[in-house]
Ligand binder design. Structure first.
Ligand SMILES: [Zn+2]
Length: 297
């Protein structure tokens, strides 16, 4: 094997759970792997597990001081003035798995859940051949898999500590709860990702699809608020549970406490994370994306 090939290989991967402390599926899937290590035993790479936010998990909260999955910008990791539990934890994780940009581990698989019926949502931050082939591999072997892209300069996601990464977000499941179907789908996705890495390392990947559809986020819609900033309405029943469907101009999106409806006024787009419980801290109602088709290879 040439040195080039050795570098290309995924030699060390980490499965991360509990980046958000009240998303139990990832936390307990790690527990399961600890207890039954034979369930995930890759031959061509080392696998580690990390419970990312143990304090938030103890308190059944998404985070204590700050969203851990928004705390991994290089500028924040290097800022000695940032205090609070998650900023300190981000630096610890960066020391343990990274440092970001020159990381000890080659790949991070970060497990999340959504309260919205998102199915299995694989989130990428980049669209090179490796990542396109990875999500295609999973999508071809599992039902109900969508791929989204969240590009950003100096990304704030935990998983970006490693050059190669994927976020697995499965829903619907309430916060602080385990749901059989969601747990099963998450486990199946992890299994397929591990299988993909094995094939990749052994140069035995099957022929990928010609192209893949990916939803790229371009904005969020906030909940309606009064002049004091208090929520004054809710997500309209017209769009509830319509994740990954098209929203057209003129459709009702909010029902206000005063009895009136508010209507969407904009370009047709795909909406997801509709009425996501975790988004209430920032008063977000849903995310907006556009579908793009990527050629693979
Ligand atoms: Zn999450």
């Amino acid at each position: 094997m040439s040195r080039e090939e050795a570098r290309e290989m995924v030699n060390k991967a980490v499965v991360v759970g509990g980046t958000h402390g009240n998303e139990y599926t990832g936390v307990y899937l790690l527990e399961k792997y600890h207890e039954y290590p034979h369930l995930l035993k890759p031959k061509t790479f080392e696998l580690e597990y990390l419970l990312a936010n143990p304090e938030a998990f103890k308190h059944n909260r998404r985070y204590l001081d700050r969203d851990l999955n928004r705390s991994f910008k290089q500028s924040d990791l290097k800022d000695p003035l940032l205090s609070g539990y998650e900023n300190a934890r981000a630096k610890e994780i960066n020391d343990q798995l990274g440092p970001k940009g020159d990381a000890r581990v080659d790949m991070i698989i970060d497990l999340h859940t959504s309260t919205a019926p998102m199915g299995v949502n694989l989130v990428l931050t980049q669209t090179d051949t490796f990542h396109l082939m990875l999500v295609d591999y999973v999508q071809q072997r599992m039902d109900d898999v969508t791929v989204t892209l969240e590009k950003q300069q100096d990304h704030h996601f935990l998983m970006t500590v490693a050059d190669r990464h994927v976020l697995v977000e499965v829903g619907p499941v309430p916060q602080g709860q385990l749901k059989h179907e969601v747990f099963e789908k998450t486990e199946q996705a992890v299994q397929l990702i591990a299988e993909f890495i094995e094939h990749y390392n052994q140069h035995s990947l099957p022929q990928p699809s010609e192209s893949i559809d990916i939803y790229e986020y371009f904005g969020v819609m906030h909940l309606p608020t009064d002049p004091l900033g208090n929520i004054c309405g809710m997500v309209h029943k017209n769009i509830q549970d319509r994740d990954f469907q098209t929203l057209k101009s003129g459709e009702p999106i909010f029902h206000l406490f005063n009895g009136e409806d508010e209507f969407y006024d904009g370009e047709d787009c795909t909406i997801s994370f509709i009425n996501e419980a975790a988004y209430y801290d920032e008063k977000k109602a849903f995310s907006m994306s556009k579908k793009h088709t990527y050629h693979i290879g």
